[in-house]
Design a protein around this ligand. Sequence first.
Ligand SMILES: [Zn+2]
Length: 295
Amino acid sequence: MKQARIGIIGGTGLAEALLKEGDGEPVEVDTPFGPPASKPILANWQGAEVVFLSRHGEGHRFSPSAVPYRANIWALKKLGVSTIIASGATGSLREDFEPGHLVLCDQVIDRTHRRESTFFDQGLAVHVEFADPFCPRLRKLLAEAGQQVETTVHHAGTYVCMEGPQFSTRAESNMHRQWGGDLIGMTCMPEAKLAREAQMCYALVAFPTDYDCWRPVETTRGKEALLKEILSNLKTATTHAIRLIQETLKRPGMFEADCACRGALKMAIWSDKSKVPSSVRQRLDLLIGSHFADE
Ligand SMILES: [Zn+2]
């Protein structure tokens, strides 16, 4: 098989569903940050070479704070992935982002605080731009493909990424709404930051499965009925998300290499390159090798 190009990171629901698609081949990948959450699966899907990765690992073993984000992104990069479509279940912070809809997020508020969020934590200082955390080119392709999907696809939304694993208090939920948050989730960060550092195009398809606790629930319905409804919403959203990704893979321009994300490190390495220890250069060669080629 030639080098795979499109990475698909499956969050809750989508990973299991995707693994049933096509005949994938799991591959072992080593990274300087340990093994990825699960073995990436190389597959030919919809005529494209893709790599599926289950964010939470087989059997959903990793909680959001424990997901090996750096190893996940590194593994995809090593397999030749240049574009990542990620998915994630979320809570909705606004009435019109209904459970079952899909949201192509355009902004993030990062409230995580106990995760390794950079590849460049020692031996050099790297500051990538992150004003637009999701690839605009990829979001546009997803939005175009969204016309073929039988649900509402919102073309923008601000994702508040909380640490978890507990859900928000009602006061926090109201605060997130006041901040301008549209969705609340636990996994998009640092994933999107690391993808940018790895100079990969990255977009997130978020699917709200319920309204967060800001919205009063009907007291006549039991907790069991509510949970059932969330799981059913997750299933419906997963079906829509798969269709969206399938349609996106067919878009002309999907495999274009010309995108600002691919040059994210160009002006970002602030260290004097001659002072960066060779051990650091070797360790991070996959990401920074070409930037040191002339040294
Ligand atoms: Zn891009």
